[in-house]
Every structure is written in C-alpha cells, then in structure tokens.
Design a protein around this ligand. Structure first.
Ligand code: VGL
Ligand code: ZN
Length: 219
C-alpha cells in the first residue's frame, strides 16, 4: 500500500498536494518550543514547494491559556502529561499563541503560491496535532478540501516529525490519500523516544518514507 504510489523518481503531478506543517517561529531555535534544527529545513522546503502546484501551510494557533500549555494546569510542568476528556495530553511551554510573533511562519519560508493556510488548535480546550482533525475528532475540513480539488497523493514535511507531522500523515492516510513523509524535510522534538515511535506508527498506517532527493526534479 505504501510503496506502489511512490515509485521513484517521483514527479509531482497535478493531483499531488504538499502539506507543510507548522513552520513557525516558536518551533525554531530561539522560539518557546524549539525543535532542534527546526529552521534548517526551510531552504529545502522552499525548493520542494516549487515542484507542487497545490501547497497547504498549517499554523499551530492557540488562544492564551490553551489546555495544552503546562501553565494552564496548577503544578503542570512542560513535557509532563495530563488526562483530558479526549485522552492524554502532553503539556508544553506556551507556544504559537494566536497573533504573536511566535505563531508567525518563519520569515525565510518562501512559498508564495500556497493557496491555503490552515490554522489548528484554535479552541482553548482541545489540542490539534493533526491538520485533519482536532484531538476530540472534530474535522478541520482539510480532507474535504483536498478531495474537492481531486488530490490523490499527499506529501508531508515540516515540524515536528513526532507530533504534528506524525498525526497529519497518519490522518491523511486514514482519509484515503496515498501519503508520504519527506523525512529530511522534517525535524523532531524526540521527547522520550517519540521520534522512533512516530516512524513506527506512520509506517504501520501505510505512510511512505521518502527523502527530498526521491522527488524529480531533485529539490
Ligand atoms: C506541535 C507540540 C505542540 C507540533 C504543536 O507542531 O508538532 N508539537 N504543538
Ligand atoms: Zn501546539
């Protein structure tokens, strides 16, 4: 299921979409939830994006005191977790607060032809790692958007491999899209083995693992 739709070299076609996840200042070095080397992928993302007619950007976009923030829980510590009505929630430093510099796209990201910027995690009481559905299962509408536009294959890259890239890729595959993650165009947080677990989960979901050089023309 994962191999066939992605025979190399991969030439992006009109039915392909590129989903660039959370390329935001707070996930870059100097941000409030820095992903190691998070900004290093930006030049590669810019090159990859040039090969795709359909590019979607996402932004993690939380209101102040979002329930994924450790500070919203008495005694809550970053990287601990709590039980919420929709399940376990990792607690994070405050990050990607709506309208702040930290929530803005990294300035060096240069994808002027991106037609859709999708913001997620906008409700205070529900997180959304996935671009497709919030943690309580509420759809964002992205699957419908892609289907209406005739998209068949979804390529995913961005931040962070083990959280929002993982959840978005698994949900893309679950929604019926042939899905690939471009591994060298992502960076992970790797809290407690989460990076290895993410690749195991994505592979189990039928997500293909590519590198940018698999795309033609090479990015
Ligand atoms: C993310 C943790 C919290 C991500 C977002 O973009 O991977 N991770 N919010
Ligand atoms: Zn978040």
């Amino acid at each position: 299921m994962s191999g066939l739709p992605f025979r190399r070299p991969i030439v992006p076609a009109p039915q392909d979409a590129l989903l660039l996840i959370d390329v935001q200042n707070d996930f870059a070095p100097g941000g409030s939830l820095p992903v190691p080397d998070g900004d290093a992928i930006v030049p590669l993302l810019n090159r990859i994006a040039r090969g795709f007619a359909t590019v979607i950007l996402t932004q993690d976009w939380h209101p102040p005191r979002h329930l994924s923030f450790a500070a919203a829980h008495p005694g809550g510590a970053p990287f601990a977790s709590v039980e919420l009505p929709y399940g376990r929630q990792v607690l994070w430093p405050d990050h990607c607060v709506q309208g702040t510099h930290g929530a803005a796209l990294i300035a060096a990201l240069d994808v002027p032809h991106a037609a859709l910027v999708l913001r997620k995690g906008c409700r205070r009481t529900v997180d959304s790692y996935s671009a497709f559905a919030e943690a309580d299962g509420t759809p964002t509408g992205l699957a419908g958007y892609l289907r209406e536009r005739g998209v068949a294959r979804v390529f995913v890259a961005g931040l962070a491999t083990d959280f929002c890239v993982r959840a978005s890729a698994v949900d893309a595959a679950g929604a019926g899209f042939a899905t690939a993650v471009i591994a060298d165009a992502c960076r992970g947080i790797d809290a407690d083995g989460s990076l290895a677990a993410a690749w195991t989960a994505m592979t189990a979901a039928g997500v293909a693992r590519l590198i940018a050089a698999d795309l033609h023309p090479a990015a």
